[in-house]
Write a protein that binds this ligand. Structure first.
Ligand code: ASP
Length: 307
């Protein structure tokens, strides 16, 4: 068994460890922990503590992948819903589809009995408006949100403000290697924008025969490079975990045009190895690690790579 998750996982990591120790199916164990992260207002990038889009609406994203069956469930830009990882699991369980977005995802949440949450944390609302207000003329303020948002999207959008998402990767007692993600996405994003957290192959991927990977920070880069899938494919082709992550990093570094920002890649293989690398990050990046040989989860520093 092994569990890794990014630093934002602190409210729920121990709960997932306890569930894995009890032999719980890895996806259920990770969703139990992520539900704690999604409810915690001190986590400023996931669920209730996260950031709204440009017009002040919360739109959360999540993904789950069962590495044994390679079944996937994802939800994107879901309004009024905090436990979006659990909703993604319901997509995987109950539908022939892989991904639901927006109003359709919320409709499905109603069918599954999910409460309609007041998802906008008052402090996030205050910060969102204070920052936006600085960019608006009095005329724009009067008409807001019926103004062109794209110009603001270039000036106001600050990906560094969204420090993370939460990503969990586990190999459970049954040997299943799985991935789960949840995020409120990029602060002040254009309404409807999806990052990589609900995109299988980009923000997460799992295959119980080889390993799993998941990313945080600039989803626009991992979607272009197919980062999580590249790592697992590298393992399948016989690369070590170190080499597979290096391969994915090389593809990301090769991106020059378009939006380039910070990126953190988390990966495990089925032999008990893990690797977490931070690219273009200006502050220390940490992650959580647990496996049965550790008495308690460890909060470790990622490898920092320069561009
Ligand atoms: N990767 C997430 C996204 O692109 C955001 C983050 O992890 O900071 O939405």
């Amino acid at each position: 068994m092994i569990l890794i998750a990014n630093s934002e996982a602190w409210p729920g990591f121990a709960r997932t460890v306890a569930a894995l120790k009890a032999g719980t199916y890895g996806i259920d164990a990770m969703i139990e922990g992520i539900a704690e992260v999604e409810r915690e207002p001190k986590v400023r990038s996931v669920g209730y503590g996260g950031w709204p889009n440009m017009i002040g609406e919360m739109e959360c994203d999540a993904g789950v992948m069962d590495g044994t069956t390679r079944e996937v469930g994802c939800v994107g830009a879901v309004p009024s819903t905090i436990p979006v990882a659990a909703l993604a699991r319901e997509v995987m369980r109950r539908l022939p589809h892989v991904m639901l977005t927006g109003a359709g995802a919320r409709r499905f949440a109603d069918e599954c009995g999910f409460a309609r949450d007041d998802a906008l944390f008052p402090d996030s609302k205050r910060v969102w408006w204070e920052r936006l207000e600085q960019e608006l003329s009095p005329e724009e303020r009067a008409k807001f949100p019926d103004i062109p948002l794209a110009p603001l999207n270039h000036t106001i959008t600050d990906p560094e403000r969204v420090r993370d998402t939460t990503v969990f990767l586990a190999r459970d007692a049954a040997g299943g290697t799985h991935a789960v993600t949840s995020t409120s996405g990029w602060a002040w994003k254009y309404p409807g924008r999806l990052g990589d957290s609900p995109i299988p192959g980009a923000g997460f991927y799992a295959d119980s025969r080889y390993g799993a990977a998941a990313c945080t920070h600039t989803g626009e880069m991992t979607m272009r490079a197919g980062t999580a899938r590249s790592i697992v494919l590298g393992l399948r082709m016989g690369l070590s975990l170190i080499e597979a992550v290096d391969l994915a990093v090389a593809d990301v570094r090769d991106l020059t045009a378009g939006f380039i920002g910070a990126l953190v890649i988390h990966a495990i293989d089925i032999h008990g190895n893990h690797r977490v690398v931070a690219l273009n990050c200006h502050e220390p990046i940490r992650y959580w690690l647990w496996h049965p040989a550790l008495a308690a989860p460890e909060h470790r520093e990622a490898e920092h790579l320069t561009a």
